[in-house]
Write a protein that binds this ligand. Sequence first.
Ligand SMILES: NC(=O)c1ccc[n+]([C@@H]2O[C@H](COP(=O)([O-])OP(=O)(O)OC[C@H]3O[C@@H](n4cnc5c(N)ncnc54)[C@H](O)[C@@H]3O)[C@@H](O)[C@H]2O)c1
Ligand SMILES: O=C(O)C[C@H](O)C(=O)O
Length: 352
Amino acid sequence: MAGERLAKMIMHLQPEQEAAHGVLSMQRCRMQGGSPGFKVALLGASGGIGQPLALLLKMDPLVSVLHLYDIVNTPGVTADLSHTDTSTIVRGFVGKDQLEASLVGMDLVIIPAGVPRKPGMTRDDLFNINAGIVRTLCEGVAKCCPNAVVHIISNPVNSTVPIAAEVFKRKGTYDPRRLIGVTTLDVVRANTFVAEVLGVDPRLVDVPVIGGHAGITILPLLSQVKPVYSLTKDEVTYLTKRIQNGGTEVVEAKAGSGSATLSMAYAAAKFADSTLRALRGEAGIIQCAFVPSQVTDLPYFASKVLLGRNGVEEVFPLGPLNEYEREGLAKLKMELKASIEKGITFVATQSL
Ligand SMILES: NC(=O)c1ccc[n+]([C@@H]2O[C@H](COP(=O)([O-])OP(=O)(O)OC[C@H]3O[C@@H](n4cnc5c(N)ncnc54)[C@H](O)[C@@H]3O)[C@@H](O)[C@H]2O)c1
Ligand SMILES: O=C(O)C[C@H](O)C(=O)O
């Protein structure tokens, strides 16, 4: 009984506390071996998205171990979160020397590390800082958990996903099924705004959103809303613009203190839970995501995908588009192509 109590206490210690308590790492491994669920690392865990996302992940019964990595503040965030009475084991890792330890053995790595927008900026304005951050973190993934599924949240997603892919290719660990750009927030917004116009419960609405994750590259397919509703031309124009501008709406309202964090944490937790349910073997889990793709002539594209035991099992075609959507698709491709190429070129110029 006393041993069991000690075991529980040890599970919540930080690595340095563990050393101070003289706990053997083997003992720790054996205790974790029996726990069901998945091991998830969150990189950028102290940030505006990171903290609420960490809370939501700790509440997910499918997450047995949660590693929180950031360059600052993870000891405090971890201590705080570790007092919530869910069974998930949470551990903090701070600073680049602890990156690798945070990644070893992980099944899913979620990356919201990087700077957010301020009013007047585009997501592409974040490229110079965030490209290098995503590159370094993905090098860590390639080294320490090459089989993990990776969710990229850091902007500009249209470029950071290709960056991650190029890093994995260079390191010889690339598996297109395991690399996913998170665009769930676009779907969450689309469901909310469409439901508002129709006066229905947003939980009953499902809007596919395709393309990419920036401005006009975000294309909601309002002709494919489920259940079938009819929207007027004006409603379609209003909704398309609002969904494309959703991120900017939040950036402006926050007036310099950041971009969407709570809604993003909600969306990322929803997407992580879908991924973990699929990894566990649940059938028929379909979500929109920005993935390596052959549904258009671009190498990456957001569309509906089937998640499964290996990550993305199938990327679905776009389905029938109306004229408005076909025009939107034609317009977005040029911008999306340039953002993808920018990411690929960035890695080509780096020595990894
Ligand atoms: N995909 C989406 O739909 C979506 C939605 C919202 C925000 N975002 C993006 O997510 C990113 C994070 O947004 P936020 O609001 O959480 O920002 P934030 O500044 O509040 O938090 C970012 C965190 O990343 C950490 N960080 C910086 N460099 C790091 C590194 N090298 N390794 C590990 N951690 C590092 C910071 O210390 C900070 O804690 C931004 O790029 C933002 O544009 C994407
Ligand atoms: O808009 C941003 O900069 C953050 C994010 O991409 C969003 O869509 O909210």
